[in-house]
Design a protein around this ligand. Structure first.
Ligand SMILES: *Cc1c(COP(=O)(O)O)cnc(C)c1O
Length: 451
């Protein structure tokens, strides 16, 4: 059979609400053209993020009922610890309420003024946490990553030659950790190969540097390795996942992605001294070491999510669903980051509206266009998100992130139809300017005006 179906049936439904175009015009104006300020009930199809927006399984909901709410040593904690240990091989596992809490603890310990933290590409919260500590965050993607149309199979790879140059330039003593984001979220949801991870590991070992994964989408990354890396096709995804984690000294994880839960995160460590210090910070700001700011029911749902996410029927459906959206947009003449990523399709907004220069936010114009036309909420990943302090991102992108197990194929077809119509009428998309914005992570709260 050619058709890849959703490997589940639907047991609970949640209505979504249509609005009229004049209503959406009004909503958009009142939100100052920032869709983060739009109420979710005013959105028909919400592709703002795949983070914490997934549907839980019947087994996860059963886990919610089983949740042990004891303050210390809850049964649910030991269920999660056993699952994560089995999957990743890590012994020192800290629960947190989400990925950025893990990042905050890690960079409070490893960051600081004068330090430099390289990565294939830091995600926005990672970069902000590195910089908040006083350190400098440096992105070292391979050259192909900067070209939307390049079909490199592992566009998430870190540029090893550039890493060697950076080490020579600043000195290894100023680099407290090398991060690799799997998959690379800001660069198009692109995977990192095992071969690249091994090469980075080798450089780190040679220079005495710890290697950490930002492992939010470890399962999607492992599935791409199975599909694309020579010699990996017949290996279970679980084994590939283990290979990835075996190469790392630690990991930050937002369980809101491949943990298949609505809230939760992890910090994984090997170094016992670092783990001790991290535990102290965890207790200070998150919660005791066996719950880390989560309820027992959250721990239970997370444990079950980490089991379900490495199911290969699920991963085949997941990757195919995103690939399908990407192929249909390409067929409609819309340029995207190729090949489609694991959790999202990234529209090339610079190509979508060449009449809008980067400083007038072409990505934000496309985001507004999609909402206005069809009630679809997308996310700008370009000069709004990364263009602060005179920086210029390499690409102007609009991310259509696909929540896990939430939308069906007809929802995706609707999105394709809507995007194609906005594209037909692209000359009407309008440039924007920022009225006001906070000093960092401005995309969440910036206010805009249409010109
Ligand atoms: C989502 C995400 C984070 C941050 O996780 P939160 O749970 O949102 O705090 C960090 N890195 C990457 C790559 C992410 O996608």
């Amino acid at each position: 059979m050619k058709t890849i179906i959703e490997p589940f049936r639907i047991k609970v439904v949640e209505p979504i609400r249509r609005t009229t175009r004049p209503q959406r015009e009004d909503i958009l104006r009142r939100a100052d053209f920032n869709v983060f300020a739009v109420r979710a009930e005013d959105v028909l199809i919400d592709l703002l993020t795949d983070s914490g927006t997934g549907a839980m399984s019947s087994e996860q909901w059963a886990g919610v009922m089983r949740g042990d709410e004891s303050y210390a040593g809850a049964k649910s904690w030991y269920v999660l610890e056993r699952t994560v240990r089995g999957l990743t091989g890590f012994d020192r596992i800290l629960p947190t309420h989400q990925g950025r809490a893990s990042e905050r603890i890690l960079f409070e310990l490893l960051g600081g003024a004068g330090k430099v933290v390289p990565s294939n590409a830091h995600f926005d919260t990672t970069r902000a946490n590195v910089e908040h500590s006083g350190a400098r965050a440096v992105d070292l993607p391979i050259p192909a990553a900067r070209h939307p149309a390049s079909r490199h199979p592992f566009k998430g790879d870190l540029d090893v030659a550039a890493l060697l140059r950076l080490i020579a330039e600043v000195g290894p003593e100023r680099i407290p950790v090398v991060m690799v984001t799997v998959t690379n979220n800001s660069g198009g949801g692109q995977p990192v190969s095992l071969e690249n991870l091994r090469a980075v590991r080798e450089v780190c070992t040679r220079h005495g540097l710890p290697l950490f994964l930002d492992a939010c989408r470890f399962a999607e990354n492992a599935y791409f390795i199975k599909l694309r890396e020579p010699g990996q096709a017949d290996r279970p995804v679980r084994d590939i996942v283990r290979d990835m984690f075996d190469l790392a000294d630690g990991a930050t994880i937002s369980a809101k992605k491949d943990g298949l839960v609505n809230i939760g995160g992890l910090l994984l460590l090997r170094d016992p001294l670092l783990a001790q210090r991290a535990n102290n910070l965890l207790i200070l700001t998150e919660g005791y070491v066996t719950y880390g700011g989560l309820a027992g029911r959250d721990l239970e749902a997370m444990a079950q999510g980490f089991e379900e996410v490495v199911d290969e029927d699920y991963l085949e459906y997941r990757i195919r669903c995103v690939g399908y959206l990407g192929e249909k947009l390409l067929a409609a003449g819309i340029k995207i980051v190729e090949p489609p990523g694991g959790h999202a399709v990234y529209i090339d907004a610079a190509a979508f509206c060449p009449h809008i220069p980067p400083e007038r936010f072409p990505g934000q114009a496309v985001v507004c266009g999609l909402y206005r036309h069809a009630g679809i909420r997308a996310c700008e990943i370009g000069s709004v998100m990364f263009g602060q302090d005179g920086r210029r991102p390499a690409m102007e992108l609009v991310r259509l992130a696909i929540p896990r197990r939430v939308y069906t194929q007809s929802h995706v077809d609707y999105v394709v139809e809507a995007a194609a119509e906005v594209f037909q009428d692209r000359q009407r998309l309008r440039p924007l300017e920022i009225i006001d914005a906070p000093p960092s992570l401005r995309h969440f709260t910036a206010r805009f005006r249409e010109l």
